[in-house]
Design a protein around this ligand. Structure first.
Ligand code: IMP
Length: 483
């Protein structure tokens, strides 16, 4: 049985379409929220990102499935659409499809890939290495999946698109143009890249040899989605990455390259704005960031946090070592004697904050209300899903960022300085009471301790949007639905 609590179905009943987006810098647990909601939908459509994403979902029999390119809907046998706004990597798609079949069996749901979605080639990955080298200290710290170059090349009208896989001449011509444009750049960094640059013919052969396998999936997905709506089908739009990583509304240039915010659902699927019912924004109680770029509420230093995870992998494994580490720091936090580094390390280990796609350590920040107020302004969500609230279990209190000061002025609600000035804001913190009880796994609102309920109500007042879902642990049922 697919778990879709009755309450959830009732809440979303009136939303024939629903967009799920991330409110922070990714890794908010969008997969878990989608997992819970998608039971009431027929189609799950991706509209942005690419293989840089990583969503974990579970099949109806509880088996784990990690998706990067294919919408999470596959796990629950929903029609899956890879919209035009999603960057398509054929090799990784086929790998993921095989892995999914190993879990789900051969009888999987229908998958459709937009005929004009930008098509990944090895040139995009190599060009990303080139750009990161050229950026020097202003490098982004990308996932190295070629996402930026693919979006960029598309906008420069240089990218092949998925449909060319079925049009050999077009594919060859567009690969040749890409090669002509990129080769001189790649030659410049040959020694640093240390890889041979394949010629277009070589890439063509590899792509064509795989193309037969996806022929049946390629279509005009905008038309298909429109038809599904006309038939009365319900569509869930699965966001990837997050507001802070959106190419236009994130912390540019330290962003990914897609349209990750809610309006991206229209851009990336070709459905008109009026078709979109509501948005649910997923926010992490303690936000995290990987790669580089501003993160106002960050507890420690980015590189130090990333190195800590890399060098202390044994602490992340379940067992006595981890438990001792956590309880000794918790004591310090509760007696007000922990350093910024310890505070960060505690939450990094507690939340196993390591990237699903790259395995890199994530740096952790305090709950950041001004950032969320901005993300709410941009996405216009009707609901908030607050994930990992259980991470505050056992704490007496936690600092919460309640305002930003910029050039001596407190910024109005929803206003941020320019992205290049964001790292200079002065954060205003308040200590908020937490709950010494362990709330892990709680799935009903009235079982939450009073102080946890008060925490949520207070946060809700600041945000001005109902916090509908509250995550209390990694398990499927560890989610509270609030009225
Ligand atoms: P790109 O998407 O590979 O171009 O990387 C750009 C920035 O976005 C880097 O800081 C990445 O670490 C970050 N990023 C991309 N995808 C994700 C994600 O799914 N979760 C968290 N960070 C991401």
């Amino acid at each position: 049985m697919v778990i879709t609590p009755k309450k959830i179905e009732q809440i979303f009943q009136n939303h024939q379409t629903l967009i799920v987006v991330g409110g922070n810098w990714g890794d908010e647990g969008k997969g878990k929220v989608i997992d819970l909601i998608m039971g009431g939908y027929d189609v799950v459509a991706r509209f942005s990102g690419g293989a840089n994403a990583g969503h974990t979902v579970y099949t109806s029999s509880g088996q784990k499935l990690v998706s990067h390119l294919i919408p999470c809907g596959l796990a629950q046998n929903k029609v899956c659409v890879l919209g035009r706004g999603e960057f398509f990597n054929l090799e990784l798609f086929l790998k993921e499809l095989e892995e999914s079949k190993a879990v789900l069996g051969n009888n999987i749901a229908d998958i459709f890939i937009d005929q004009q979605a930008p098509l990944w080639t090895p040139y995009h990955r190599l060009f990303e290495m080139y750009i990161e080298i050229m950026r020097g200290e202003r490098k982004i710290g990308t996932t190295n999946k070629g996402i930026g170059p693919l979006e960029g090349m598309y906008k420069l009208r240089l990218a092949p698109v998925v449909g060319y896989l079925l049009e050999k001449d077009l594919l060859m011509k567009s690969l040749q143009v890409l090669y002509n444009v990129l080769k001189p750049c790649l030659d410049n960094v040959k020694d640093q890249i240390n890889e041979t640059i394949p010629d277009p013919q070589e890439i063509l052969e590899k792509l064509l040899s795989d193309s037969e396998k996806i022929k049946a999936f390629v279509t005009d997905t905008a038309f298909l989605l429109d038809m599904e709506l006309k038939k009365g089908k319900r569509i869930l739009f699965e966001g990837a990455q997050a507001t802070g990583l959106d190419a236009w509304w994130g912390t540019y240039p330290y962003v990914s390259s897609g349209n990750s915010v809610a309006v991206g659902a229209a851009l990336g699927t070709g459905l008109p704005m009026e078709k979109f019912g509501a948005t649910i924004m997923v926010a992490k109680t303690l936000p995290t960031r990987v790669g580089f770029g501003p993160f106002p509420s960050e507890m420690w230093e980015r590189q130090a946090a990333m190195d800590f995870a890399k060098e202390n992998q044994q602490l992340f494994a379940q067992g006595p070592l981890r438990n001792e580490f956590l309880s000794s720091i918790l004591q310090k936090i509760n007696s007000g004697q922990s350093s910024a580094a310890e505070m960060s390390q505690y939450f990094q280990v507690l939340g196993d904050e390591r990237g699903a796609t790259t395995g890199r350590g994530r740096s952790v920040g305090f709950l950041d209300i001004p950032w969320l107020q901005y993300a709410i302004r941009i996405n216009g969500p009707k609901y908030i899903a607050l994930t990992r609230f259980d991470m505050l279990s056992g704490l007496k209190s936690i600092p919460v960022v309640v305002g930003y000061k910029h050039r001596g002025q407190i910024l109005p609600v929803g206003k941020l300085p320019a992205a290049w000035e964001l790292s200079q804001v002065e954060i205003i913190k308040e200590d908020w009471l937490c709950f010494e009880e362990d709330i892990s796994g709680i799935s009903s609102a009235d079982k939450l301790p009073k102080s946890a309920q008060e925490f949520l109500s207070k946060l809700e007042k600041h945000l001005g949007v109902p916090i509908l879902l509250v995550g209390t642990g990694p398990g499927r049922e560890a989610m509270v639905v609030r009225n």
